[in-house]
Design a protein around this ligand. Structure first.
Ligand code: SAM
Length: 322
């Protein structure tokens, strides 16, 4: 018998987050104040921390169509560090790959079309609408039978698209298989709609996500690899330890994370500047942290100068879980 998706604090915070997303405004509903968008948790008169709607500012961006981070092509660093992240191409098996805070990134499709089992996590439903609209057809994902209607609000929602319909990505971007044939795998793409910071392996396993364990005949909610671009640098710095904890819990031993950080001075994010030292502090207890490359992209992206940046470096790390 499988247990329900989320219990206790995680369940409660998912419920609160979902109410906020549907416009109920968690903090305003409970305290008369507006939800805070900065991740900080001021005390209430009763001493309880205020509930925070982390997604508010992002929802506003999606609603206004302000998604300047979005690339219409697979991220160059994902292609460049393909072997570091996923191992040698020859003999490579399909892997379970997580994309936290995925937006409508074409990297999801890029990886899924290569036959991998790809799962994105995104907090704004509008972004997933856009992603699956581009992808093709959205399929209905049945609720696992062990999650009752009453407990459902505490859970994540999983949405799924059929990748075979996705025609917009040019075949030269997808590349060729090692035998020279173009990638045409019609794979499914699954996206978890929810706050990444509230996830646990059990919640994902309950939805059949993550690595499949043949001996148990079930998935375990952890992944072989993750691609983090515009994710850790997008969360409020105060939430970084929680983000690192969740990401760590979702990667299997030996699993890898390709992390694309940015380092800039002096404007306030997002994206929030993340130094090598901070990456080490967040992850070195559980991962080997390897700096792959650092590139100043200020000349390629002059808009950072307009925001006051005097340097804007894109820094790639490979994290390997012990
Ligand atoms: C800067 S964008 C990057 C999107 C994507 N990684 C890309 O490279 O195109 C950050 C995305 O994370 C989403 N997001 C922010 N905080 C989140 C959270 N706590 N849980 C889930 N999604 C979140 C936002 O809605 C937004 O789509």
């Amino acid at each position: 018998m499988r247990r329900a998706v989320a219990t206790g604090a995680a369940a409660a915070s998912f419920l609160l987050w979902q109410q906020a997303d549907s416009g109920a405004g968690v903090a305003s509903a409970s305290s008369g104040r507006s939800p805070r968008r900065d991740g900080a948790q001021p005390s209430q008169p009763d001493g309880q921390p205020a509930k925070v709607d982390r997604m508010l500012r992002w929802r506003e961006k999606w609603e206004a169509g302000v998604t300047r981070w979005h690339l219409s092509y697979p991220h160059p660093l994902l292609k460049q560090y393909d072997v570091e992240l996923l191992g040698p191409v020859v003999g490579r098996e399909a892997q379970s790959i997580l994309l936290p805070l995925c937006g409508k990134s074409v990297d999801l499709g890029y990886l899924a079309r290569r036959g991998h089992d790809v799962v994105g996590v995104e907090g704004v439903g509008l972004a997933i609408d856009a992603l699956l609209r581009d992808w093709g057809e959205e399929l209905t994902v049945p609720r696992p039978h062990w999650i009752s209607e009453e407990s459902r609000p505490s859970s994540i929602r999983v949405r799924m698209g059929r990748a075979g319909w996705y025609q917009k990505m040019a075949s030269e971007q997808l590349g060729k298989t090692e035998t020279g044939t173009p990638y045409t795998t019609a794979e499914l793409l699954r996206v978890v709609e929810g706050d990444f910071l509230q996830l646990s392996p059990q919640m994902l396993a309950d939805f059949g996500l993550g690595q499949f364990e043949p001996a148990r005949g079930a998935t375990n909610g952890t992944f072989d690899a993750a691609f983090d671009r515009g994710a850790l640098v997008a969360v409020n710095p105060a939430d970084r330890p929680q983000y690192a904890e969740v990401l760590t819990s979702l990667i299997c031993p030996g699993g890898k994370v390709l992390l694309v950080a940015v380092e800039h001075e002096p404007f306030f994010g997002p994206p929030f500047s993340l130094t090598h030292e901070q990456v080490t502090t967040l992850f070195s207890d559980h991962f080997e942290v390897q700096l792959l490359q650092r590139e100043d992209t200020l000349d390629k992206e002059p808009s950072w100068r307009e925001r006051g940046a005097t340097k804007f470096e894109e820094v790639a790390y490979l994290l390997t879980k012990r």
